[in-house]
Each structure stands twice: as C-alpha cells, then as structure tokens.
Design a protein around this ligand. Structure first.
Ligand SMILES: [Zn+2]
Length: 339
C-alpha cells in the first residue's frame, strides 16, 4: 500500500473551496491502521515524481505552463489559486499531486513484483501528456504504464479498467492507437469531460445513465471486466477505482451504494488475480466525507477474501529482507532516468 503524508492538501482553508475532502488519503490510512490491517512499516512511502520522471510523458512546454498560477487554478478548479505566488502553488498544491504521481509509478513496479499494489492516491485520468484538467495536473496512469513498458522486461501489454464516474480522457488520448494498451471505461455519459475524440481509444465503452444503481452497475462491470480480460491478455491491469459513483456525489450523478463500491472492487480484483494478472489500483475521484471510510472498507474486504495475497507463485517473496529489496527497487525505479 503506497502512501505519503505529503499527499494531503492543506493550506489556509483553501482546500475547502473545492467540493472535496482534500485529506481523504490520510483518512484511508488512519482507518486501515485502526483496523490493524497495516502498521507503519508496511506502508511503502511514495516519493515525489521528479521533473525527469514527468518528462517521460509530459512535454517541457506543459510543465512550464504549470509555473503560471492561473493555469494551475484552471486545472485544479480552485479559482483563488490564481492569486497565489507560484512557489506557494508548487509547494501546497502541485507537490502533493507530484507525490501521488510518484506513488502510482512505484505502485506499478510493486504490483508486478507482488501481484497487487494500491496507491491510496493518484488516478488523475483527465490529464494527458500536454493538457491537464478536472483536478488532474499529471498523467500518473500513463506514466506508470510507460515506466513499466520501458523498464520492466516482460511487461508489454496493459489493460486500463477505468471505473471512475467520469470518462478517462487523459490516458485515452495518450494511448490512442497504441495496440499495447486496452482500455475499458464505464462512466456517466452526460457529465464532464464528454471527450468524443478520446472515446475512440476505448475498446470497451460502458456509458451509464443518470442515477444508475447497484444491480445494473455491478452486472455491467462484471460482464465487461471479464470480457475485457478474455479479449486481451495484459501483463498488468491498472484499475482506476474512483468512488465518485457513490450515491449523492455532487459530480458523478450515479447512485451506487457503499456496499456496491466494495463489491465492484472485488469483481475487478477477482477477475485479474484469478488470471494471474497483477493489479495496480489508484483511488481517483470521489471526495465526499464518507469516501475515505468506503475505500478503507473495500481494502479490508479484499484482504479478508484473500485477494491481497502474495503474487503469482513465481514471484512469491520469502524473508522480510527480500521484501525490503523489492520495496527499495520500486523506490529506485521511480528515480531512474530512461535511456
Ligand atoms: Zn471522477
């Protein structure tokens, strides 16, 4: 489970201006600790993605644009950010997002080594290599997949299962016409971003109506996740597990219960792990006050069902020192430059 206290955005109440709980990531970890699922030493500490890391996907032109506070205000949808000096924006807004991005990259490596990894943050699926939006400033999903393709022998095919309430137009634009990446996306068809061009990259598109409820939703998720994994055999599944499908979410417009979200995550993990495919999960959108509890409950459920066991037999890890080696290699992984 990948996390850093640096994930959380807190600055003079600024975070309260966005309709979300900007401390949800830390709360997930606190719930997991309360339930004794994880101790401090079992959390892999995320490192902030460096410029060099980000340039694996992003253009220098795009990264330079983030040096303008008004650009960041537009991307994060927090208008007052426009009036802050950029060094404050960098430290208080972008650094948390870069750390979450570093966490997704590390979690990709850990997932391949161990069979699964969960980044408690990340899932910025509206950002592509040269354009941010919808609170997404860095393309962490694209980055994690490109790092794996470039640096891990044997990883050359990825499936993205995007079950956030919104269409994942960022990774879709980045992997348009890339035969190595299969994208399944289920989203409310009437809300942001409605990116018709990006939709062309979706191999399995599940467009949902306003107020879709558990039974219909779970049946569709089950059918299409199984279908996607039968149709294309990936080396990694990147699961964008947005919780803005929750009933009452001000942005998502769907009506899924907390139990429905827990079940949904179970369906995805079961489908991937039963096929021996590693899963990297990121938490993406969903910022109601009760969201953190639901994410923690879902992780506890996956654990109680044995879906968070050690990786495929060939990757089983023995001693604690071996585990540390894996953790260290994941840390190094996110700080190495490409050839
Ligand atoms: Zn969303």
């Amino acid at each position: 489970i990948v996390y850093s206290p640096d994930y959380n955005i807190t600055f003079m109440g600024l975070e309260k201006l966005h309709p979300f709980d900007a401390g949800k990531w830390g709360k997930v970890i606190n719930f997991l600790k309360e339930e004794k699922l994880i101790a401090d030493d079992l959390i892999v500490q995320a490192r902030e993605a460096t410029d060099e890391d980000l340039l694996v996907v992003h253009t220098r032109r795009y990264l330079n644009k983030l040096k303008w506070s008004f650009v960041v205000a537009t991307i994060t949808e927090i208008p007052p950010v426009a009036f802050l000096p950029n060094f404050v924006v960098q430290r208080k807004v972008l650094k948390p997002l870069r750390t979450q991005t570093g966490g997704t990259i590390m979690a990709g490596k850990l997932a391949v080594d161990r069979g699964w990894a969960i980044n408690v943050g990340g899932g910025f699926h509206h950002c592509s290599s040269d354009k941010g939006g919808g609170f997404c400033a860095y393309a962490d999903i694209t980055l994690a997949i490109k790092f794996l393709f470039e640096r891990v022998p044997g990883v050359s095919r990825a499936t993205i299962i995007d079950l956030d309430a919104h269409q994942g137009n960022g990774h879709e634009r980045d992997f348009m016409d890339d035969p190595r990446v299969y994208i399944m996306d289920a989203y409310n068809r009437y809300i942001y971003p409605g990116d018709g061009f990006a939709k062309r990259a979706i191999k399995r598109k599940v467009e949902l109506e306003w107020g879709t409820e558990d039974s219909e939703y779970l049946q569709k998720v089950h059918t299409h996740v199984e279908g996607a994994l039968n149709e294309f055999k990936p080396d990694i599944v990147v699961y964008n597990a947005g919780t803005d499908i929750l009933d009452g979410d001000p942005l998502g417009g769907l009506a899924i219960s907390p139990q429905g979200i827990v079940k949904r995550d179970e369906v995805v993990f079961r489908a991937a792990r039963s096929r021996g495919v590693p899963v990297l999960m990121v938490t993406s959108g969903g910022y109601q006050k009760r969201t953190a509890r639901i994410i923690a409950d879902s992780i506890l459920n996956l654990h109680s069902l044995g879906l968070l066991g050690r990786g495929r037999p060939a990757c089983a890890l023995g001693s604690p020192s071996m585990q540390n080696m894996v953790t260290d290699s994941a840390k190094d992984f996110s700080n190495l430059s490409l050839q």
